[in-house]
Design a protein around this ligand. Structure first.
Ligand code: I6G
Length: 691
């Protein structure tokens, strides 16, 4: 064949672009620069424009969208799109119930071997069925009622991860089921673009509530050129129709084999998918994914377990429209609806005023939530949250709950716009918002009792000098009663003053005093962090201590000297200088020392290096001989950085008992792993730096 004919060139371009697209979208490993892809794409577009007869539906140029539709056509699924039943027990034992049921239904008893399962993610997106005939994507349909769905092929073709043509070894007929979703980062970027459009006065534009909602909107766009601008992704997880064996079709023996084959044919399959054995394997998967959930680049609402053997699946069959061989095991929802009962303004340690929505109690993310931050004036305005509003609240992991958006359709007519107060709600001092800052601040300083309370709580925090049993209720009483006005007042407390407070028995008072006594012996970074200097977090306090060695050296450091410390920029340096330039702050430090607060001062390591300087360690699992905080503190005293995640740059992973995925990752990356005794040896070899 002459390679120069338009037809062969078009074919070659389609194949090249499909290969590059697969490397880029599915494998996340592009092999050519974007400019090269764009050049070839343009060449194919021009060729197809000049020779319309060469245009095919599997051409990558068709990913940009086509003519707007009036309505979506209904299509009947060749094989019904089933739904999946949910395990009602959302605790880990839900997995055990499923395994028990499967064993019973398969007639297995205790002496029989463990059942093999495939454990997968339950993506928070939209189910989709992709039909390939003669290797070309001919139809993409939503689930609909399971029997009839909507034909959304034009929109689905715009998804770069979905192959438009399958390799020659794929069956002539293949229906792949999976989930269309929007990755979190793509969702954020889309909403940023939407906000810019709204700000530019573009009518009919809106922001989206969550990635699922944005994905659903894009899939149901009648104008596929708009869908093409919405960044959708896809994961494959199941089979619909397929060329039967009697017509030479391929036969799989297990679901896992099927998924591996899908990957080979170019479909994205979630890398978390695992083949596991028995209830213990399912429980382990459930727990591991619960840990990983917040760090995933996309939302999931649970995991799915499926019996791996297809022969066993057949034996188990279906109940109504649900397979008996699969179950969804959900995690607690991270978003819920509730109503705003009030909007209060809270005063933080540095005087920052934070608007907080007081909510009708709602169970979300595994806990009952009654407060959600609105962050600051701009955020509160942007979301336009008002008292009485019905709102979507989100709580993911340990992150503070937040109001995602208002359900405007449910807003009362007389709902009042929220405005930030001009004065501090606690001490009535003027509240100011400085230029370039997002926050209003109370100007009352330590005159403001709210700031005093927060300053005391911060000083007493576990990561600062750590005063056990000194909780917020107690601090509130101590400050309100005028017993504690400054930090040194804590060390002047006696049994009599304490026992007179509400709900404070003599025994509890004695515990508090013991906690205060214990806190006198601290470390320089903890003390420095506890002072609550603006912009000096825990990491900066550690860097400063390491660099200067003594508190006096830090207090007397010039701006230039402060700027020598890694992580310290002009704002932080200025904040430290301003703090120690104020006589009353130096006085507080002196008084605390006079009350007996002490630490071991070190030697300045500015310029010099400690034994583990420049090395990053990761701690995982449980150490028998010391807590994780202590292990971290020791590594840091030796100059190491301690990180939460393993990468190729990690110097070593310290693995205690029951170390999980971090240990596995270290092993797969070839990172050094120290068990507890090797770690002890390392510390012992540098003992002179630790005592
Ligand atoms: O709704 C679903 C989400 C995820 C599924 C599913 C799934 O596997 C990861 N698998 C099946 C078989 C069904 N629904 C019916």
């Amino acid at each position: 064949m002459d390679p120069q004919t338009p037809a062969t060139r078009a074919l070659a371009l389609r194949e090249l672009l499909n290969t590059y697209g697969h490397q880029y979208y599915v494998l996340d490993a592009p092999s050519v620069p974007d400019a090269e892809y764009d050049r070839l794409f343009r060449e194919l577009q021009l060729l197809e424009a000049a020779h319309p007869e060469l245009l095919t539906t599997d051409s990558p140029t068709q990913r940009v969208g086509g003519k707007p539709l009036d309505v979506f056509t209904s299509v009947r699924h060749a094989i019904p799109m089933l739904s999946i039943r949910s395990e009602t027990d959302t605790t880990a034992s839900g997995a055990e119930h499923f395994d028990e049921r499967i064993r019973k239904e398969l007639g297995l008893d205790i002496s029989d071997e463990l059942v093999e399962y495939v454990a997968e993610l339950k993506f928070d997106g939209l189910a989709m069925s992709l039909r390939y005939e003669d290797h070309v994507l001919v139809q993409a349909a939503t689930r609909g009622d399971g029997e009839w769905g909507e034909d959304v092929t034009q929109n689905i073709r715009t998804i770069g991860q979905i192959p438009l043509r399958l390799p020659a070894d794929a069956p002539k007929l293949l229906e792949v089921r999976g989930e269309v979703y929007m990755a979190r980062a793509d969702f954020e970027a889309l909403n940023d673009r939407q906000r810019t459009r709204i700000a530019a006065g573009e009518k009919n534009e809106k922001t989206f509530v969550n990635p699922r909602n944005a994905a659903a909107g894009a899939v149901r766009q009648l104008d596929s050129t708009i869908a093409a601008q919405r960044p959708l992704s896809f994961f494959a997880y199941g089979l619909g129709d397929i060329t039967p064996q009697s017509e030479g079709g391929i036969v799989f023996s297990s679901h896992f084999d099927f998924l591996l084959q899908l990957k080979k044919w170019g479909f994205p399959v979630a890398k978390q998918t695992q083949c596991v054995k028995g209830a213990a394997g399912l429980v382990q998967f459930h727990q591991a994914i619960a840990q990983e959930r917040d760090g995933l680049p996309f939302d999931i609402d649970g995991v799915v377990y499926k019996v791996n053997s297809l022969e066993a699946q057949q034996r188990l069959g279906f109940v109504t429209r649900e397979p008996r061989w699969a179950v969804a095991h959900k995690y607690p929802a991270q978003e819920e609806l509730t109503t705003v009962q009030a909007i209060e303004v809270q005063v933080g340690r540095t005087g920052k005023l934070t608007p907080v929505a007081k909510l009708a109690p709602v169970f979300v993310g595994g806990v009952t939530v009654t407060n959600a931050t609105l962050h600051n004036e701009d955020e509160a305005r942007r979301k336009d949250v008002r008292v009485g509003d019905t709102v979507i609240v989100r709580r993911a992991g340990d992150v503070i709950p937040e109001v995602v958006s208002v359900v405007f359709e449910k807003r009362m007519q007389d709902a009042q716009l929220f405005t930030m107060p001009s004065h501090c709600p606690v001490c009535s001092s003027l509240a100011v918002r400085e230029e370039g800052e997002a926050d209003y601040r109370c100007t009352g300083g330590l005159f403001c009792s709210a700031q005093r309370k927060q300053a005391v709580l911060h000083f007493a925090h576990r990561r600062a000098v750590e005063i056990e049993d000194l909780g917020d209720k107690l601090v509130e009483q101590l400050v309100d009663a005028g017993i504690v006005n400054t930090l040194p007042d804590l060390y002047k407390l006696g049994l009599t003053a304490l026992s007179q407070l509400d709900r404070m028995a003599e025994k509890s008072a004695a515990n508090v005093l013991a906690g205060i006594e214990k806190s006198k012996s601290t470390t320089l970074p903890k003390f420095l962090f506890g002072l609550g200097i603006r912009h000096v977090g825990e990491a900066t306090a550690k860097e400063l201590s390491r660099h200067f060695g003594t508190l006096d050296a830090i207090m007397d450091a010039t701006l230039d000297q402060l700027l020598q410390v890694s992580d310290v920029g002009p704002t932080v340096a200025q904040s430290i200088r301003t703090f120690f330039d104020q006589a009353h702050n130096r006085e507080v430090v002196e008084q605390l020392k006079a009350c007996g607060v002490h630490w071991k001062e070190g030697v300045a390591s500015a310029g010099a290096s400690l034994p583990l300087t420049g090395q990053t360690f990761v701690l995982t699992g449980t150490l028998q001989t010391m807590g994780r905080d202590e292990a971290q503190a020791k590594l840091e005293m030796l100059g190491a950085k301690v990180s939460g995640s393993v990468s190729k740059k990690t110097h070593a992973v310290v693995a205690g008992a029951e170390a999980g995925s971090k240990l596995e990752k270290a092993q797969s990356l070839g990172v050094t792993v120290l068990d507890e005794s090797a770690f002890q040896e390392l510390l012992a070899s540098h003992a002179s730096y630790l005592n």
